[in-house]
Design a protein around this ligand. Structure first.
Ligand code: ATP
Length: 267
């Protein structure tokens, strides 16, 4: 554990065990130190905020945890087991699911089909999907359909189930993306600016939904620029600037920290 990590983790370790532990994580692009020795923990069952000015390195950190970006250095432990450098599909198998800054849906598939694409592979998939397993396969399929219908209802998208996802508003696409992530029942949900491109009316809906996920015990790492949202939803909060972690703590503590103020003023 790095010296910086030791100092920063004190606060979080008191709250319970970590689902995600990142230590000394680094990613450089030529001379750009996008992420430069970052250490933090995400406590199990927490909704942890990851904030910082533009270019701080937040998306690059999410990309490394989700397997889309290979770290140059550092460790990433999920439940004590390394996931550093795993390709995204293997990180997803381990329960790490990510949403993107621009809501990503399959525009020529229906809303229902988009949700069902989030389902992890059937246990009867592939060679073993033989006659013997057909009944089990159908049972799983029915269960997933029911789960998808429940989610559509919860997301107020039932009336759009058969519409092409590409026809929805930006906020509704975001709801579809969140629904697809929820279909997988992730162990760690990484949300990259879920309010981006969402109309004012849908922002509180998405905020409420994320709050509910926290109440249900899901572990979430949330990148968000709107600090009011972070203050209402997140504990703890990690603040990054210029590829490094400045502080980790409650939002009120972070706001008061002089380095955080300076980082936000400088941008
Ligand atoms: P924002 O809030 O604006 O999305 P961020 O905190 O998510 O910013 P990153 O997108 O992780 O920041 O970028 C961190 C730094 O790394 C920035 O200076 C960015 O320009 C640089 N960077 C990110 N990806 C690449 C890349 N593929 N090649 C070169 N530089 C990159």
């Amino acid at each position: 554990m790095s010296e910086q990590g030791d100092a920063l983790l004190t606060h979080v370790s008191e709250q319970g065990d970590a689902l995600l532990a990142v230590d000394g994580l680094a990613k450089h692009y030529g001379g750009v130190r996008a992420v430069d020795g970052v250490s933090f923990e995400v406590p199990r069952g927490s909704l942890t905020g990851l904030i910082g000015p533009n270019g701080a390195g937040k998306t690059t950190v999410l990309g490394m945890v989700a397997g889309a970006i290979k770290p140059d250095h550092g460790s990433i432990l999920l439940d004590g087991r390394s996931i550093a450098g795993l390709p995204p599909y293997r990180a997803a198998h381990r329960g790490v699911i990510r949403t993107f800054q621009a809501a990503s849906v399959f525009p020529r598939l229906t809303v229902m089909e988009n949700l069902l694409l989030g389902v992890p592979p059937w246990s009867g998939e592939g060679i073993s999907a033989s006659l013997f397993l057909r009944r089990k396969w159908h049972r799983e399929e029915r269960a997933q359909l029911m789960h998808a219908r429940e989610l559509l209802d919860r997301l107020d998208l039932t009336q759009h189930a058969d519409s092409f996802a590409g026809e929805l508003s930006g906020g509704q696409k975001r709801l579809v993306e969140l629904g697809r992530a929820m279909m997988t029942k992730p162990s760690l949900l990484l949300l990259d600016e879920p309010m981006a491109g969402v109309s004012r009316t849908l922002v509180p809906v998405i905020e409420g939904l994320i709050g509910e996920l926290r109440e249900e015990g899901m572990t979430v790492l949330l990148v968000e620029h709107e600090l009011g949202v972070v203050e209402r939803l997140c504990s703890p909060v990690i603040v990054m600037a210029q590829g490094r972690v400045l502080i980790q703590g409650e939002m009120a503590e972070c706001r008061a920290h002089p380095e955080v103020r300076r980082a936000y003023l400088v941008g």
